[in-house]
Every structure is written in structure tokens, then in C-alpha cells.
Ligand binder design. Sequence first.
Ligand code: FE2
Length: 273
Amino acid sequence: MTGDFTEETATEAVIDSFARTEDPRLREILASFTRHLHGFVRDVEPTQAEWEAAIGFLTAVGAMCDEKRQEFILLSDVMGVSMLVDAINNRTPAGTTESTVLGPFHVVTSPQRELGDDLADVSEGERVLVRGRVLSLDGEPIARAQVDVWHADADGFYDVQKDDTPDQDLRGLFTTDAEGRFWFRTVLPSHYPIPDDGPVGDLLRRTSRHPYRPAHIHLIAGAAGHRPITTHLFIEGSPYLDDDTVFGVKQSLIRPVTVEGDGKAIDFDVTLA
Ligand SMILES: [Fe+2]
């Protein structure tokens, strides 16, 4: 570097400092990150105290993380970054099931379960039958597809958030039958607040945002020769379908709960590219 590091030369100086990065993708990412980060600082012109507050916030986000609590995913979610990355990476053909965020609670390997099993090992609440098929784009059923499912309980909590609940409750990994079908019983999940007792919750309160997500069941579906999909089944009529704090709702993923005899059911087919 020749000359002083000044407001005028700062950005190019830092980009130049990464010029010998061997991995071209990493070099490109660092150059872009430098440009945008410096652009942000030039735009905001933070005081020293504001910059220290920003570093304090990120430090608190990191300190909140452990193997069951992922505050950085929550931050990414409430900033809309998770959904933007998801959209960029899932420009799939029309007709395939739309994707949405993974979320921070897929931290436990789902137990293998048999078709028809009940996901609620210990959770109590109103029972529902969830059933669907995994299909290819031409409408053909996909046998032996994998469907990984997890969701919150009737009070809006995941197993990993509760000390008294085994970490496999309301989770299951299913294999579709010869007609591509999967079905299971479970309790109807509630809408819920994302964990808001950390710095991301502070951010939401400071900005008059609420922490809620509409009621949903998470799914990852995949099959040999097909592109796997991470998505949700959203429950029609749930509060916050129009105002999900992580921006995850897609209208095509909302399904009604139907009454069948003395029970309830939800139908949700998944189409893979
Ligand atoms: Fe969730």
C-alpha cells in the first residue's frame, strides 16, 4: 500500500490486502463484503459509541449460542437474510413445492418412524392426521422418498426448548410407500414467538416488531435423483400468516385443517424437481 489510509483510499486498500487470496470465490466474497461494509459505514457515519454498541450486539448474539440455541440464525431470520438466501438457492421450476426457511430448531436428528406413527411421544393436545404424497414434476409418485418432519407443540414450544421433554418429541423421519404416500399423527402446533430472551428479542422490542410466527410444520423432503426441498406446511387460519416475523410464509404452502368423522386431517403433497 502506498500513501495513507484515508476515507478516500480505505476501501481499495482493504480489497487490495486480500488480493493474494488463492481461492477466487473467497477473494470475490471478501472484496464484495469490504465494499458493502465500508459503504454501510460511509452511509451511517457511526459515532465510536455506536460502533462499540454494534460490536457489543454481535458479541451478545455469539454469547447466546450453544448447541440448542442458535441466535445468529434468528438474526439472519428476522433480517430476511435466511429467506433471501433460500430464494436465491431455490429458483426451481414452476410446479415444484416452494421452499422456506430451515429455522433454528432442526438441531436434533429426527427418529426413524413407521408410516402412521404418532409424533407426540409426550406432548398433549388436539390430534391431527397429516398425510400427503411425494411427487415428481410429471405427477408420478416417488416411492422410498424421505420426509423429515418437526414442529412445535400446542403451546408453541419445540422439544429442545423444554427441559422436561425428550429431544425427539414431535419429530420424525418417514419413508414413503410404493405410492409415494406418507402419513402420521401428531398434535396441532400453535403459532409461537421465536426465542426473544436474547439480543435478537431486544432488537425486535427496540423496533416495535413482534416475535411471532404462524403455526407450521417443518418438512425436508428428498429422494434419489431429485432436488431436496426444505419447506413448511402452514396451517390455515393461524394468526400471523400475514405478518411472519421471519418472512417465511408463501401462500402456496397454507393448508386447511379438515374435519373427518371425529378427527381432523391436513393434506400436503410435495412435488420435487
Ligand atoms: Fe418452526
